[in-house]
Design a protein around this ligand. Structure first.
Ligand SMILES: Cc1cc2nc3c(=O)[nH]c(=O)nc-3n(C[C@H](O)[C@H](O)[C@H](O)COP(=O)(O)OP(=O)(O)OC[C@H]3O[C@@H](n4cnc5c(N)ncnc54)[C@H](O)[C@@H]3O)c2cc1C
Length: 416
């Protein structure tokens, strides 16, 4: 058994863990990242690839009775409920519902804005030295609508975002067709968010950041984070033939963070909103230049290295339920009359799990009852966006540096 000593063990090699590791390393910490699988092998692998610098308001649970009924009957295509999971997930859904009122939504927006506003700059600060700047495209993304009601929703959002400094361009049908000529005639217009970056390969982007971490002297180990133990000197973990020892540990396990924090006596209400993807070819020469959301139906088409990636909205299910094609199967024909998708390119649907707290804010900061333990999880629909910027905040907190924003809204103590 060899002994591996470090200052900090970061648990999880998704975008969140790798980003925290890079920021800690830049502040002089000797960091080991531990994962049971490959870098960006889970949620950070299959997302839609949008660094959503325009993101301000969290997705909320419907509040009007008619919308609740529609969602409950699985008639709202933007989400899908797996009924067999309801008894298990109902307490979390109820807390999410309670946090979805106008006041709580606004409070979450005020806390999310400092993160999203800095998100592109923090990605660029990694991608430059990592040599992966070409994986960050600068053509923004589009929310396209089909109906007058969709147009009103999109324009209301534009107005709501203006006070937060979010820039966008409203497009009529012809203007949208000039940018994305292969969208169908059913599409009436859109809103182009011009500042966000997008990536054609989220996993390759995170891997390039991990390579940078290693090139700068960081270490990556394979092991099971559930073996984490507190010792007199800090934290220790048996990983294969090695025993890892450090004075600090960071839980950055995304949807699996609960597998470790529960064992330490914490009961954060971490739920998941699952989502699927599949790649398609384009019929003839049909392609997209940037990700496009079909607003009324809540799925997104993103041009990726492997083809056009269709990603779904939220499936409400238990984290470990087997995959189901129910939501995807409803959306695929709808997507086919929005854009001329050709053949499916993957043998199976990819399943991911968005790690969500009911207020849609991540938990970032010190563990209240354990010295040297830190949290960085719960990045909801926006982990690709928030990974680098929350890594910065965490590293500033851990090293006692002045923080770029008030860390109060993200503290673990908000859950008692
Ligand atoms: C369909 C979909 C579309 C999305 N689109 C976007 C988007 O466009 N923009 C955006 O910003 N966000 C998007 N997201 C959200 C984003 O992907 C996630 O918030 C983000 O990837 C979470 O990153 P993470 O590092 O916290 O978790 P993960 O990437 O899941 O990393 C957690 C790591 O922990 C490891 N792990 C788990 N258990 C253990 C264990 N016991 N021992 C050791 N290691 C363990 C896993 O192997 C994994 O590598 C989307 C998500 C989905 C599902």
């Amino acid at each position: 058994m060899s002994l591996v000593k470090a200052d900090t063990i970061v648990l999880g090699a998704g975008i969140v863990g790798i980003s925290a590791a890079l920021h800690l390393q830049a502040r002089g910490r000797d960091v080991v990242v531990l994962d049971r699988g490959a870098v960006a092998g889970e949620t950070s692998y299959g997302n839609s690839g949008v660094v959503q610098s325009e993101a301000v308001f969290p997705y909320v649970f419907p509040r009007r009775p008619q919308d609740i009924v529609k969602a409950a009957l699985n008639r709202d295509p933007r989400a899908h409920i797996r009924y067999s999971a309801l008894p298990a997930i109902a307490p979390w859904v109820w807390r999410y519902f309670l946090q979805s009122g106008p006041k709580a939504r606004h409070a979450s927006a005020l806390a999310l804005r400092p993160l999203s506003a800095r998100s592109v700059a923090e990605h660029e600060a990694f991608a430059g030295p990592a040599g992966s700047g070409a994986l960050l495209r600068k053509s923004g993304w589009i929310k396209a609508f089909r109906t007058e009601r969709g147009r009103e929703t999109a324009l209301a959002e534009v107005e709501e975002l203006k006070p937060f400094g979010v820039k966008s361009t409203t497009l009529d049908r012809a203007e949208l067709a000039a940018l994305e000529p292969h969208l169908s005639d059913l599409v009436a217009g859109g809103v182009h968010f011009t500042d966000p970056s997008t990536t054609p390969d989220p996993a390759a982007l995170v891997k390039s950041y991990a390579d940078l971490f290693i090139a700068r002297g960081g270490r990556l180990l394979t092991g099971d984070a559930r073996a984490l133990e507190q010792t007199a000197a800090g934290w220790s973990l048996a990983a294969g033939e090695a025993t890892l020892q450090a004075s600090e540990a960071v839980i950055a396990l995304g949807p699996w963070s609960s597998d470790v924090f529960r064992g330490l006596g914490y009961r954060f209400p971490l739920g998941v909103k699952r989502g699927y993807h599949m790649h398609f070819g384009g019929t003839g020469n049909a392609t997209l230049s940037r990700p496009v959301l079909d607003l009324e139906f809540g799925y997104l088409l993103a041009p990726m290295t492997r083809g056009i990636r269709l990603t779904t909205g939220a499936e409400f299910a238990r984290r470990d339920d087997p995959p189901s094609s129910a939501h995807f199967d409803r959306l695929e024909p709808i997507a086919r009359n929005f854009f001329p998708l050709a053949e499916r390119r993957d043998a199976e649907l990819w399943l991911g799990r968005r790690p969500c707290l009911p207020d849609m804010l991540p938990v970032i900061g010190a563990a209240p009852r354990h010295k040297g333990l830190w949290f960085d999880f719960g990045h909801q629909h926006l982990g690709l966006t928030f990974g680098p910027v929350t890594g910065l905040l965490l590293a500033q907190l851990m090293t006692g540096e002045a923080t770029f924003t008030d860390p109060e809204p993200y503290r673990a103590e908000r859950f008692g």
